[in-house]
Design a protein around this ligand. Structure first.
Ligand SMILES: *Cc1c(COP(=O)(O)O)cnc(C)c1O
Length: 412
């Protein structure tokens, strides 16, 4: 049995009035009416903005922030971020189209990811976004496409680092990967790129995700800077782009601690002024972040449609489920299932009264949103909010599974 979920730091980010959770200043009950249906996802503009502000306060002034669109590709969210961040990182031509619809200039959009096919690459070359080259095959395609279109492609080399960082019980290690070009192969690739008609802007290093250890991140940023400075010696043109990756995590589970941003910011300031700026004075230096920017700024709201007892255990059956929340169900990259923070959105502040499991409406025992959580007594018609719900939720869940409607999204 876990204690009441209300203590989770994310839940305390939201306002509560008359026992009702508010998102974007609006009671969730009214948001459900506005959405016209449950379940639905809702995010708050103020939460998105506040997050960027928090981060900017901690980081050096001259670092750029790029939003990794795959964390939440809702066009309204991407539009919102176009006024907050300096660029977008996209992982498909579909995401690229969403990014290019915003006021962010194309040269501030980068396109990364393995397996980019010629049809996508030609869209990217034509749009003049920065293509993060993941292999030599991609480089050859991009060169041919550039020649065909009469456009000089803008590229960066994505590097799979050759260092290891250990600390706080966690290890960051490039190892063998399908992402990027191994650091030791980069100089040879740069020599080949120099012989082709490319604008080689610089380097992209992204080898980690969902990291909550500031000491590891700080060391990784320093090692990444050293690696990039070393590789810059083989670059055919001055380095104008250094993407240090991101990996800033958010606390999903009860014992997770929120990241110490001050440590990360102070370290980055030193890394930039002592190592990157002197060696690469023309470089735009950036961090690219997905879940850190969106993950905590909203929730998934689903309605209790049944309440049943089975051999002394109570189940709250809701109208949502793992088809929208694969990660909360524990079936997306978790070795041991842990509960995401949940609350009865219309009974906030009411003490926990019973231990229940919240299950979804799919015909599989995997469809579990929370197991053995202590919640106030909930009735049919109540609203259950699942937090940390947005990054990689809807679009990384099997929404077609069992043929239920695709959930609505509301930006409040
Ligand atoms: C997914 C991805 C990100 C975002 O990762 P988060 O853990 O959500 O911050 C950033 N950069 C690249 C290249 C990615 O593929």
């Amino acid at each position: 049995m876990t204690a009441g979920a209300y203590a989770h730091p994310t839940i305390s980010r939201f306002a509560i009035a008359d026992g009702m959770l508010r998102i974007g200043g609006l009671p969730v009950g009214l948001l459900a009416e506005r959405a016209g249906t449950t379940p639905f996802f809702t995010y708050e503009r103020t939460g998105l903005t506040r997050r960027v502000e928090e981060l900017r306060r901690a980081l050096p002034d001259d670092i750029h922030l790029s939003y990794a669109v795959k964390a939440n590709p809702m066009p309204a969210v991407v539009q919102h971020f176009s006024r907050q961040v300096d660029g977008f990182d996209v992982a498909s031509a579909g995401e690229m189209a969403v990014a290019l619809d915003t006021p962010i200039p194309a040269d501030r959009v980068s396109f990364a990811g393995p397996g980019k096919i010629p049809a996508e690459l030609s869209r990217a070359v034509a749009a003049r976004v920065t293509i993060s080259l993941e292999s030599e095959t991609e480089a050859l395609w991009v060169a041919a496409i550039g020649e065909w279109l009469g456009v000089r492609p803008r590229v960066a080399v994505r590097v799979n680092p050759d260092f290891q960082v250990k600390g706080s019980g966690m290890r960051l290690d490039g190892g063998s990967q399908q992402f990027g070009v191994d650091a030791e192969q980069v100089p040879a690739l740069l020599t080949r790129l120099a012989a082709m008609d490319f604008d080689v802007l610089g380097f992209h290093v992204f080898a980690d995700s969902q990291n909550l250890y500031a000491d590891i991140l700080a060391e990784a940023h320093g090692r990444t800077a050293d690696l990039v400075v070393r590789l810059a010696g083989a670059a055919p043109q001055p380095v104008r782009y250094v993407n240090l990756g991101g990996a800033l995590g958010i606390p999903y589970f009860e014992r997770d601690q929120a990241l110490d941003l001050a440590t990360i910011g102070d370290n980055l300031a030193a890394v930039m002024s002592e190592r990157l700026r002197p060696a690469l004075p023309e470089a735009r230096i950036l961090l690219e972040l997905g879940r850190f920017l969106v993950g905590e700024a909203g929730g998934y709201v689903t309605r209790v449609v049944d309440r049943k007892e089975s051999r002394s255990h109570t189940f709250l059956v809701v109208d949502g489920g793992l088809h929208h929340q694969l990660a909360a169900s524990g079936n997306f990259g978790q070795a041991i299932r842990k509960n995401y923070p949940v609350a009865i959105a219309n009974r906030m502040g009411v003490p926990g009264a019973e231990t229940v499991s919240v299950v979804g409406c799919l015909c599989t025992p995997l469809d579990l949103l929370a197991r053995d959580v202590c919640l106030p007594r909930a009735e049919i018609g109540d609203l259950v909010a699942v937090f940390q719900a947005r990054a990689y939720r809807m679009t990384a869940s099997p929404t077609a599974f069992l043929g239920h409607p695709t959930p609505t999204e509301v930006l409040a």
